[in-house]
Design a protein around this ligand. Structure first.
Ligand code: C2E
Ligand code: CA
Ligand code: CA
Ligand code: CA
Length: 270
């Protein structure tokens, strides 16, 4: 039994080391990818449920690894967030997507841009001047840019972050609370944050049409958001049942594979 115990310990040890090595290698590869400009952004349509028109796109970061292929953001964003890399990634996304959208808008496309911000970016004093500079150089109007921050990131008690949010509002940039329903924010907190948009987390949308509980939760989230004058977006809409229900429940906008998958700019718009 003793030897079995030890070999099991050694097995875990080897396994752990292998995992750590993979992470380290992936982090180095990600650094190279940033430096060599190998990251790109996909755009997913956000549709207005009254007009059925595409009113915005969400920019989503993509990394095609030379050996492993597509590495999902769920894997590389947390990796980047453990180091300074996330600020470089964030700057890259901001620069590339605002330029792309400004160019499309100059050619008559009336669509807003949504991008994701991580907490590390909110805590970076360089963020505000960077956003201002980017809007100035690209000519994208501040109110055409919406920054999405997850509920858990917004509910942190960070002085730097709340200063950044105030400054962003003063610039005129829109703010969204992302993945709503996964945290524990109160109506009072929602009101105090003075956001523009609330995004209902995909986990609730997924069960619409199958679970009365999910429908009740979505109904109350929409009522709560509308009470503090937020635009409500449902994410992860995958079928017509979900879409019809959301429209009936008074949801303002929707996003999901059923309406359009994230695509490279030239595939979405040609
Ligand atoms: P998110 O901000 O909640 O983005 C929505 C995610 O849901 C995207 O995953 C999108 O591809 C996926 N999605 C959209 N519609 C559907 C659907 O109908 N069904 C399903 N199953 N999924 C759908 P993605 O692109 O893998 O990104 C995952 C997360 O990574 C994002 O979640 C966001 O938190 C983070 N992320 C992506 N790009 C960036 C970025 O540039 N900066 C930061 N900080 N985070 C990013
Ligand atoms: Ca998002
Ligand atoms: Ca989300
Ligand atoms: Ca999410």
């Amino acid at each position: 039994a003793k030897t079995r115990g030890r070999s099991r310990y050694e097995f875990f040890n080897v396994e752990l080391r292998r995992q750590m090595q993979r992470r380290l290698r992936l982090e180095q590869d990600l650094r190279d990818a940033v430096r060599l400009g190998k990251l790109w952004t996909a755009y997913q349509p956000v549709v207005d449920l009254r007009t059925n028109r595409m009113v915005a796109v969400e920019g989503l970061l993509r990394w095609t690894h030379p050996v492993h292929g597509a590495v999902p953001p769920m894997e590389f964003i947390p990796l980047a967030e453990e180091s300074d890399l996330i600020n470089q990634l964030g700057s890259h996304v901001l620069r590339v997507t605002t330029a792309e959208l400004a160019a499309r808008r100059a050619r008559g496309l009336d669509v807003d841009l949504k991008i994701n911000l991580s907490t590390r970016q909110l805590d970076d004093p360089g963020l505000i001047p960077e956003v201002e500079r980017t809007l100035r150089t690209t000519g994208l109007p501040a109110n055409a840019l919406c920054l999405e921050i997850t509920e858990s990131a917004l509910m942190r008690d960070s002085a730097l972050a709340s200063e950044a949010l105030t400054a962003l509002r003063e610039i005129g940039v829109r703010l969204a609370i992302d993945d709503f329903g996964t945290g524990y924010s109160s109506l009072a907190q929602l009101q105090r944050l003075t956001l523009d948009t609330l995004k209902i987390d995909r986990s609730f949308v997924l069960e619409l049409g199958e679970s009365a509980d999910a429908e009740a939760i979505v109904t109350s989230i929409i009522a709560m958001a509308h009470a503090v004058h937020l635009t409500v977006v449902a994410e992860g809409v995958e079928n017509e049942t979900q879409l019809d229900l959301l429209r009936d429940l008074g949801c303002d906008q929707a996003q999901g594979y059923y309406l359009g998958k994230p695509l490279p700019a030239n595939e979405l718009w040609g």
